[in-house]
Design a protein around this ligand. Structure first.
Ligand code: TYD
Length: 218
């Protein structure tokens, strides 16, 4: 299939990662972005982490409490899931990019840097993901920035007060860790920030404009 608008770069597809705290509305925004790309006739593929591979399924079982393990093991599993996401022969991201397909992923290694560094050193998490960063850096990472209170309103229905409080402090921490990671890697990563507190259509428009700039298309 032919790619319109010259969205490939040396025959390779663009790689767009969406990041944000829980409740930031990333998945809705990925649908909008995918629609835009479709309208423009740009060949693309959307995917997410954790994946639905056997490693991803193990992660889901840990996250739902069916299997218990140490936080370091979870961080290492996410790193392994990511490598498989990149390299597997069936639907690996790398093959798609090399075939000229633009790939949009819901979360990539910045999720690991933010979420796992809440309880372990960020340096350790960055090192655990060194292979993925070496193999494929996003053309652009879009951070959908929402106020933790807004995020909480979106995710927290029918919960108890205490639980909400705990959740809020976690969202605040994760957001801070995202910012710390972006600052730390500002020389090697292309990150754009979008105000996710606006109505969804406005957020989508801002993402579309920044993605075009961030991928060198304007
Ligand atoms: P998911 O149910 O997909 O949540 P969301 O729709 O908000 O993205 O689960 C993703 C959860 O996994 C989310 O809470 C963040 C966490 N996570 C990590 O802790 N480390 C990682 O490397 C990734 C990719 C996700």
């Amino acid at each position: 299939m032919e790619n319109k608008n010259n969205w490939t770069q040396n025959g390779r597809g663009r790689f767009i990662a969406l990041e944000g705290i829980d409740g930031s509305g990333k998945s809705t925004q990925i649908k909008y972005l995918s629609e835009r790309l479709k309208e423009q006739g740009i060949l693309h593929y959307t995917t997410m982490e954790p994946t639905d591979s056997p490693i991803g399924s193990l992660i889901h079982q840990i996250m739902t409490g069916r299997i218990k393990t140490d936080n370091k093991v979870i961080a290492a599993l996410f790193a392994a899931d990511r490598l498989d996401h990149l390299l597997n022969d069936v639907n690996g991201i790398l093959h798609k990019i090399e075939e000229g397909v633009t790939v949009i992923t819901d979360r990539y290694y910045f999720s690991s840097y933010a979420y796992h560094s809440v309880d372990m050193p960020m340096e350790w998490v960055i090192q655990a993901n060194e292979q993925s960063a070496h193999i494929l850096k996003p053309t652009v990472t879009v951070f959908v920035d929402v106020d933790p209170d807004t995020a909480l309103e979106r995710i927290a229905q029918n919960r108890f007060q205490q639980e909400l409080f705990e959740k809020k402090s976690r969202l605040v921490q994760v957001r801070e860790k995202y910012m710390e990671a972006f600052d730390r890697l500002k020389d090697t990563e292309n990150v754009v920030f979008v105000d996710g507190n606006q109505p969804p259509e406005k957020v989508a428009q801002e993402i579309w404009e920044k993605v075009q700039l961030g991928t060198g298309h304007f």
